[in-house]
Design a protein around this ligand. Sequence first.
Ligand code: FEO
Ligand code: CA
Ligand code: CA
Length: 661
Amino acid sequence: MTERKSFGEELEAADDRPVARTTAPSLAELWTRRIARRGFLSGAGKAALLASVAPSILSLAACGETTEATPDAIFGFGDVPRGVDGDHHVAAGHDADILIRWGEPLLKNAPDFNIRGQSAAAQLGQFGYNNDYIGFIPLPYGSNASDRGLLCVHHEYTNDDLIHPGYPADDPAGFYTRGIVEISMAAHGGTIVEVSRGENGKWSVVRDSEYNRRLTPLSTVMVLSGPAAGHPRLQTNEDASGRRVMGTFNNCAGGITPWGTWLMSEENINFYFMGENADAGEAVNHERMGVPGSRSYPWGYFHKRFDISREPREPNRFGWVVEVDPLDPASTPVKRTALGRFKHEGCENALTKDGRLAVYMGDDQAFEYLYKFVSAAEVSDDRAANASLLDEGTLYVARFEEDGTGKWMPLVHGQNGIDEANGFSSQADVVIEARRAADILGATPLDRPEDVTPNDATGKIYVALTNSKEREKTDAVNPRAGNLWGQIVELTPDGGDHASEHFVWTMLVKCGDPMFPAIGAEWHPETGRDNWFACPDNMAVDPKGRLWVATDQGSGWNAASGSADGLYALATIGEKRGLARRIFRAPVGAEVCGPCFTPDGTTLFLAVQHPGADGTKNFKGFERASTFEDPATRWPDFAPDMPPRPSIVVITARNGGPVGG
Ligand code: FEO
Ligand code: CA
Ligand code: CA
């Protein structure tokens, strides 16, 4: 008998399963030959490329040595030992305080949290569930303030079995009512909340701030812009214009633009659609995105747009990047279709040498791709002038070569087989079916690309490939079959320019236990038994240029590491490159998301997602699935009858200095 997973565990495990491709690979082979002819694959080509990036590497290494010359300068903290229990743990010399919990009221007139009397109306004014990405925008806008700002937080999904009293795990179908479905819908989406640091050094939420806002799939009207806006494939019974859509969901990692807007990714959108597809023209598209999901939220019983037998084009209105202006609470969020439609993990970004914006994006599913968008126009100092910057530009997908070079290939209609013959009539079709267009170009299938994080201090880009249990055929960038542990890949753009179509890449670390040679892990040898990790997911760079990595092992934590998820500092340059150290350990069943520093580095915000949920059958002494009535932990309240609550943790150093020393 196979073990039944909770819906949340099933949702996460589904990322591990690849989607079958229907596109013939011959065009990809053609592309390979074209690149080879141009010499990029040859030794001479690689040498030329390396020579062109060498000056930037050298200058940046010199810059980095000032902060990473000694081990103490890298990590000014002792480690947190491996293990798993019901609470969180932070390194000595630091505090880890709960800043905000699921259900806390944010908006005027929102009621206090009442776990036995929850309603959608209440939840719409309260902090949502499963906090993931965290962005920080200092206030006043344009300042470098590190004591007041707006947090922009994603609420990726809901664990309905831990939210609703009496949830019947074995047969939930008859349990759902419109009211219960809408509580979950209202707990999805995003939150903008003002926070400030008091005289005592402690952070708190500014309740009723004029900036506080919830964005949900139940309540927030959004518009679509860019190449697919208004296209018939985005038109539905509710929206004949193809330009207006209700809300966003399954928002995973994200980004903040240089002009202080918030980019929300839409990731596993397939789990929200049910029914038999009624539009044969969308069959290939839906199959490539896994629509409908293998198991789905039952929203379609009460909101017909989630039933693809009635609204077969509604899924085309999700899977985008949404731009939100947190400084204007009345603003309408915009789905930027130029950035492509896939299972978006995050949207961290960096300026090109000529002042345009490059947005890096992973598509988090086994054997999917790495993307980047480069705007056509330069970022302006005039905030309003950037209002449609993300509507025009070039979307690229990455190809990694065995020799350590790589190329960004443009997804442009009419070029390299992305044309009528392959079912693409316009750029709208290309962005709606970005995955299939990328198949045609011969993009490199990766081990589940999660966060992609540029480091402005070094000019390098870090790609978290979280794991890929089903990989059999290996290559240089995905070097392990049955990869339970993941790896972090480092890209150096040609000429240090994020606009370049060429890069060189190298492995920063191969994750997993370094004590067992068969695992094939690669770390700096001083990492030791307590500080290696598995399944890198979200990342951040602190003001000192240090990389921080959060992990998400899902329900496979016991096989991947045997320890709870956590947050780790990871040296990227100098002789300690590849040295990791854990600063924070999550409670059982949780993943760690959204590491986010204030500009001065003295505060680190972390999202603890789905505490008590994942893989609790392997938690010694508990060894069963968590339920509302019987959870593996009641973190962070530990109050009788209170289930575990996803929460944001704020980490500060007791000496008032930077987190991590
Ligand atoms: Fe939502 Fe890819 O983690
Ligand atoms: Ca993630
Ligand atoms: Ca995750």
